[in-house]
Design a protein around this ligand. Structure first.
Ligand code: ASP
Ligand code: MG
Length: 407
């Protein structure tokens, strides 16, 4: 008898009928003879509504109360699904984070899971009872409810699967898997049967919003086989996230991701001397700004150079004022910025062993007349920053040149 974890996202539990549908999918796994733990998100739109109310009352609210409020969405779905399961004759009960308990750090609003207690859960699972678990939430050592950051119920599911040593973790969502790129941009995008944890991590952090990045990190760390599949289609499709070694044919490029949430900042003529990068990025870190791509050139005369970096567009103002405040310590001639930029990335584990992959990307973009502003690379990824208006053109051209278009 295998233990499996199933997770259903907000649209999959978006109304009472959809919850009935989920109950049917869960029942089929119970009928297959599995022990089942189900993790649920809040009904679509609920979390946004709760966040909205909180901010409306006070933009500077206590993060512990924020968690108390936004964790409520998942509590409702867990109860409703337990009721729906019982109604079709499946023994089930709801579990809130603190009841299991799922212990987390006390970073309210973006807590990290420290451990999942399995004793009580296992007892019930062994009795054949389905555990319906509220995702996204836990309890900290201050004895208060925490939440894991937006999209966090994916992470709850993977953490629970790891703790239970589940055979697999099935993430049901409104798409039938992970695609070579966004099908809204490229109609010839194809579903991937398998994707390695490493590639998925890049895809998730580069803008493919199928799974919370943290959940992929956890799956990779604990080697939890994760499937992404549709809660709506008769044929649920599915993409398996797995170890690189389980992928026989390693494509040089597996997927193309893009993100429009970018902004570029350039400091002109900063001193080319030790300590300057620290003087720039220290204040940004203190202001809680995440810096992504960075380029610094060598200076012609050994004295002054330009430095460019990118940040999340929503953090642009914060970044600019952090730099301006630190300007006496940095010393630059001018500070310029551009919010009309986007990042396009190619990702593939085969890049480790194939040469010339980046060159194909640069050539393709140049043939389309697209200027590359910043480049960054890792072992399995090349990202470029381009003007936002060219994103779709770039993604389509790259998708085709790397042979990813469906026949
Ligand atoms: N309900 C939470 C959110 O909307 C968690 C999740 O859906 O994963 O972010
Ligand atoms: Mg989600």
């Amino acid at each position: 008898m295998a233990k499996i974890v199933m997770k259903f996202g907000g649209t999959s539990v978006g109304d009472v009928n959809r919850i009935r549908n989920v109950a049917r999918i869960v029942k089929s796994e119970v009928d297959n003879g599995h022990q089942v733990a189900v993790v649920v998100s809040a009904m679509a739109g609920e979390t946004n509504k709760l966040v909205g109310w909180t901010k409306e009352l006070s933009p500077l609210h206590d993060a512990r109360e924020y968690d108390t409020i936004v964790a409520a969405g998942e509590q409702i779905t867990a109860g409703l699904l337990a009721v729906a399961l019982s109604a079709i004759g499946v023994s089930a009960r709801s579990w809130l984070g603190w009841q299991i308990p799922i212990r987390t750090s006390n970073m309210h609003g973006s807590a990290r899971i420290l451990g999942v207690e399995t004793k009580l859960l296992n007892e019930r699972l062994a009795q054949g009872q389905v555990a319906v678990i509220a995702g996204f939430q836990g309890i900290a050592d201050d004895n208060r409810v925490t939440t894991l950051g937006r999209g966090g119920s994916d992470t709850s599911a993977v953490a629970i699967a790891a703790a239970l040593h589940a055979e697999r973790c099935d993430i049901y969502t409104d798409v039938d898997g992970v695609y070579t790129t966004d099908p809204r941009v490229v109609s010839k995008a194809q579903r991937l049967d398998r994707v390695s944890f490493e590639e998925m991590l890049e895809l998730a952090s580069l803008g493919a919003k199928v799974l919370q990045t943290r959940s992929v990190e956890l799956a990779m760390l604990h080697r939890v086989p994760v499937r992404v599949l549709s809660a709506f289609d008769e044929d649920p499709g599915g993409t398996l996230l797995c170890d690189e070694d389980d992928i026989v044919e390693k494509n040089p490029v597996t997927g193309i991701a893009y993100s429009r949430d970018e902004a570029k900042i350039t400091l002109l003529r900063v001193p080319d001397q030790p300590g300057v990068a620290a003087a720039i990025f220290g204040p940004l870190a203190d202001a809680g700004v995440n810096v992504d791509m960075i380029v610094q050139n060598v200076s012609e005369d050994g004295r002054k150079t330009d430095l460019t970096f990118t940040v999340n567009r929503s953090e642009l103002d914060r970044a600019l004022s952090a730099i301006q405040n630190a300007s006496p310590h940095i010393g630059y001639k001018d500070l310029i910025h551009d919010a009309n930029v986007a990042k396009v990335s190619i990702i593939g584990i085969g890049m480790r062993t194939h040469a010339g992959i980046a060159q194909t990307m640069f050539r393709t973009l140049s043939e389309k007349g697209i200027n590359i502003q910043v480049i960054s690379t890792s072992e399995i990824k090349v990202s470029v920053l381009i003007a936002e208006e060219y994103v779709e053109l770039a993604v389509r051209a790259l998708h085709s040149v790397y042979g990813l278009d469906a026949k």
